[in-house]
Design a protein around this ligand. Sequence first.
Ligand SMILES: Nc1ncnc2c1ncn2[C@@H]1O[C@H](COP(=O)(O)OP(=O)(O)OP(=O)(O)O)[C@@H](O)[C@H]1O
Ligand SMILES: [Mg+2]
Length: 213
Amino acid sequence: MRHIMVLNSKGGCGKSTLATNLASYFAAEAEQKVALVDYDPQASSLDWLARRPASRPEIVGVAGFEEGMKHLPRSADVVIVDAPARSHGPELTDLVRHAETILVPVLPSTIDMQAAAKFLDELKKVGKVERKGVKIAVVANRVREYTLIYEELDAFLEKLRVPYIGVLREAQNYVRAYTRGLGVWELPEYLAWPDWEQWEPLLKWVESKRSQP
Ligand SMILES: Nc1ncnc2c1ncn2[C@@H]1O[C@H](COP(=O)(O)OP(=O)(O)OP(=O)(O)O)[C@@H](O)[C@H]1O
Ligand SMILES: [Mg+2]
């Protein structure tokens, strides 16, 4: 069973967007049994799941903030974990216990880059991360090409000593897909092909041994 967590203490950087799209990818494209664990009392991922049409490949939702991982279906191939913002200290250490792969989305904004630098420093000091018991990667999210701030984000993420595995554009497709309980995989090709292309390197890393301890 794979455990992939989307984590960043900064609010609004795209954790739930990445988590729901990963869940949709593994269920609809990779045809795996997927559980989506939402550790955020805000429960965005579970809200997304409640919107999901019954005709789409099933994803099992688990409210991690209520019951912990106790109710995780044993048959799941992939567990995607959506973590809450403002996770620090013992709570962060506890969250990291539940993953062997962590994706950190970062927005093109100075505030977000500063917050990400601090957060990654804290994350690297968690015992399990120091022992290389978990692999971390960063993802640029809500990017608008040819903007100065994207260039800054790109340079910032390149310099971190953490794999920089993908760049996702700012797109209404993510907003539309969320509203319908879908991932961008499940939107028509003529609309979503640029997003499918952008997810390729990210998924390649996630599906490779490099993302596993
Ligand atoms: N690539 C994108 N393109 C367009 N909108 C996006 C993209 N990624 C995220 N968003 C939007 O940005 C907002 C914040 O995203 P999201 O809820 O995924 O972040 P979060 O990190 O889970 O937030 P929180 O810390 O509150 O849990 C949402 O309105 C979402 O639809
Ligand atoms: Mg969220």
